[in-house]
Write a protein of this length. Sequence first.
Length: 416
Amino acid sequence: MSDRLSAPRCRLPLVVAVAFLCLLLLCLLNLGSLHGRQAAFLDGYRENLYRKQAVQARQLSNAVAEIQNQLTDISATLGQDGLDHGFRRAREAREEFLAGLDNLMRLVARQGSGQGALEEIALMTEAFTRYYEQGLGMARAYMHSGTLEGNRKMRLFDDQARELREMLAGVMRTLERDGGARGQGGGVPPERFRAPEGLANVLWMHLMGQETREHYVRFLTRYSDTAAIRERNMNVSLLAQGLRGHVLDVQQWLTDLSATRGRDDMDEGAQQARQAAERFQAELPAFLEQARQADRPERMAGIADLAQRFAAFYAKGVAMADAYVREGTRGGNPLMREFDAMADALGEALLPFIEGAMRETLADTYQLDLVRDSLREIFRVLMFLSLLVVLLTGGGAMWFVSCSKTVPGARGTPSR
């Protein structure tokens, strides 16, 4: 009678141990699945973040060129004939640069391993301040001290602009080295942004609440489903920013030649402008093809004749620089007004393709950060739960062994 009463009590720890063992296997399976999902998500997150950083860095490079352009412009016109907007527009570009630099620092900080890049950006802030002050001094020298003194300051100003662009390129190389870009040319596979499944999904719901969890599942689904469109828009933006940069380079080098009059061995403006024009023409077909694939007819109308407008802009700039060299400010200023207006029109045609991606670089980053942090929290909870189940399984097994030794007739226990 005693043996029959003790046997069920002995089987209970065995049942508990088996149940905990099954739960452990379930936890391990979900843990492995979540680890793979989290690793894929983080890879996609880093690639996505790097592309946003690249868009922002290109925007900063163009802001540097815009400042160079506007201060060189007023150096050539001397602020005469109503062409005195250079200081104001340079100041606006300065504000744009500083705001963009702040955005880039926030994007780099999200990367986690971008400490080296943050240090380089801090150095860039100091270099930019020196560059801007040098440009202001150069413009004032042309206006008040003449071409000889202005040319001396122009040489240093051009060198500082080149240094800033090289620093931006160095920041992007550092970010890539620190883990930003892996296979950046191929884009981010959509499946990297799928929501977790199984037990991880249940935990996610309890940790975040059902309504919040459903919101982020919808966000991830939408983000995944629109990955190809977003990737194409990002590529279009980078190409548009590149074209915008070439327009600014043509404008800056021909304006540079107009200000220096080609004196003091500063006559490379025509050659540099021609090279920038060739880069524009070489990259334009790829941009137009990508823009057509984006299927935004309202934007395409503004770039239908971009090649012809750029050719007219370049020809006007060459004629303007020649007029400044031959006739001075009186001959060049009338053409400068037309040249600047054509450059502005080209920039405005490209702007819609740039601004769309710039908005996207910030719109989804906050939600992606929350999903990333949620996945990490779920992973930690699953790890803790697995460890707890291991301890409970071990306790159940020890209970079973201890119980079996006290039951008469049990295996390993001698009968009397």
